[in-house]
Design a protein around this ligand. Structure first.
Ligand code: BES
Ligand code: ZN
Ligand code: ZN
Length: 516
């Protein structure tokens, strides 16, 4: 056996040393291939090639499986290995570990493990090839082309817009023709999330409220037949009597923008729209209740709610989802200045409720309050607001899941179902009256913008505050503060702003579209 192995190894080495043809070494066109392998059930270290990998192996008379055998131990989930020079068209072939085949939905993890494994493995393979300066990658569907595309496109994203030295730009393509539709869908879903990541990662001096609105307008331009955009000015916001929103924006030199998007994907139906509302603080310094300096830079992503909501509408438009959506994003900076709102000030929201602003750093709930009041005028079938609302949400769940506060079991079910598919994960949080007491017992006004009695359960207190501005029967508040950024917890997202849960919002909207 040892002798046989040695013979194989020699043959392979000879192969590896064979020179490439000129076209393969051309620096402008380096092609790579990502292929998957499953762990063979009941056989420790055993590997089972995917259909695409098996075809490739066959075209090379079994050379790939020989190499995998030599390069033991078996390929663990999410790990990858590169083979050089085994195919004339692909100087680099990355083989990636997919874990167990038929892993399926895991009820303990609240996600589809097979899909997550594919995203993780494909992203690892694509990134390895990117590091080798490969600029075009063919990707094995691994049995789920959409997840493979998501892994590739999300994994390759890197925010280097403002760097002189950039990573290799990599184009991707499905290997073979199986499920081209799923692949395309995955590309569009992932590009949607990447748009949200781009907006969230960009510095606050680049993505001002005006620049944010212009970017979304540009992204929606190709769909102008189905999309209407209103970039509402400060004068309009004043006319609307959005005193809570204005109280946040007034400390900044940047004018606020109230972005209003209408996607009419089902114009003939009498179906009322889905309303998506996103917190759009392009920088949260805390205002007069100034935040501490360390990590304050992360608050450039405090428009993550607006970014994920707007990116999901761009994605819905691109997919032509047969559903009507209204998107609202109150956009402004939260800054300290001589004009800024002071702790103890009382402001009047659009619905006439008075709010004592005891902490100017609890500004998200103020801008959302007015946006929610306005949103009700569209008589929506459901309202979903998304916000990097509280540090307490991060303390509670970290980056594991988005906290969902909802008055509707039906809406919870829809969001949960969508998040299992995308792997984003959601977790249901309480809307107890216990927390309402915290915000309704204000000294000077109808409401207080922070908990009167205790800081405990801060995410729930914030949700209770928002609830005071909701009369609709199907409303959900998604607190995304914990999932805003990624270190290395989600293996197919690099370190940086995550763009979560854009794909879940799209999947949720698609679910509504198909249920009519
Ligand atoms: N934008 C922050 C919440 C946040 C914190 C998002 C960390 C992402 C990561 C929000 O505006 C805020 O400052 N909330 C305060 C509320 C408090 C003053 C009641 C907080 O969480 O400390
Ligand atoms: Zn704040
Ligand atoms: Zn904030």
């Amino acid at each position: 056996m040892l002798l046989v192995r040695k013979a194989v190894r020699t043959a392979v080495w000879t192969n590896l040393c064979r020179p490439f043809s000129a076209s393969q070494t051309h620096p402008d066109k380096r092609k790579g291939l990502v292929l998957g392998v499953f762990e063979k059930e009941g056989e420790k270290g055993g590997l089972q090639l995917t259909e695409t990998a098996a075809d490739f192996d066959q075209s090379l008379s079994g050379k790939l499986s020989e190499l995998l055998e030599i390069s033991r131990p078996g390929l663990k989930k999410g790990k990858s290995r590169i083979f050089y020079g085994i195919h004339k068209d692909f100087p680099c072939v990355a083989v990636v570990g997919l874990g167990k085949s038929r892993a399926g939905v895991c009820n303990a993890e609240n996600w589809d493990t097979s899909k997550e494994n594919i995203r993780e493995a494909v992203s690892a393979g694509c990134r390895l090839l990117q590091d080798m300066e490969v600029n075009h990658v063919e990707v094995d569907s691994c049995g789920d082309a959409q997840s493979a595309a998501e892994g590739a496109i999300l994994g390759l994203f890197h925010y280097d817009q403002l760097k002189s030295k950039k990573k290799t730009k990599v184009t991707t393509q499905l290997r073979g023709s199986a499920d081209a539709e799923g692949w395309e869908k995955g590309v569009v879903y992932a590009e949607g999330q990447n748009l949200a990541r781009l907006l969230m990662e960009a510095p606050a001096n680049h993505i001002t409220p005006t620049a944010f609105a212009n970017t979304i307008e540009e992204k929606l331009a190709p769909y102008s037949d189905r999309v209407a955009i209103n970039k509402r000015s400060q004068a309009w916001i004043q006319e609307q009597k959005m005193g809570a929103f204005l109280s946040v924006s007034k400390g900044s030199e940047e004018p606020p923008v109230f972005l209003e998007l209408h996607y009419n994907g089902s114009p003939d139906s009498k179906q009322p729209p889905l309303l998506l509302v996103g917190k759009g603080i392009t920088f949260d310094s805390g205002g007069i209740s100034l935040k501490p300096s360390p990590s304050m830079d992360a608050m450039r992503a405090d428009m993550g709610g607006a970014a994920t909501v707007c990116a999901s509408i761009v994605t819905a438009a691109s997919l032509k989802l047969p559903v009507n959506i209204v998107g609202l994003a109150p956009l402004c900076e939260n800054m300290p200045s001589g004009k800024a709102t002071k702790p103890g000030d009382v402001v009047i929201a659009k619905n006439g409720k008075t709010i004592q602003v005891d902490n100017t750093d609890a500004e998200g709930r103020l801008v959302l309050a007015d946006a929610l009041c306005y949103g009700h005028t569209f008589n929506p079938r459901a309202i979903v607001n998304v916000a990097t609302l509280t540090g307490a949400m991060d303390v509670a769940l970290g980056s594991a899941a988005t906290g969902v506060f909802t008055n509707s079991d039906w809406l919870w079910g829809q969001l949960y179902k969508a998040s299992v598919v995308t792997g984003d994960r959601v977790w249901r949080m309480p809307l107890f009256h216990h927390y309402t007491r915290q915000v309704t017992d204000s000294q000077l006004a109808d409401l207080n913008n922070i908990g009167k009695y205790s800081r405990s359960g801060g995410a729930c207190t914030a949700a209770a505050f928002l609830k005071e501005f909701v009369t609709a029967p199907h409303w959900a508040h998604l607190d995304i503060a914990g999932v805003m950024s990624n270190k290395d917890e989600i293996p197919y997202l690099r370190k940086g702003m995550s763009g979560r849960p854009t794909r879940t919002l799209v999947e949720f909207a698609a679910g509504l579209a198909h249920s009519g």
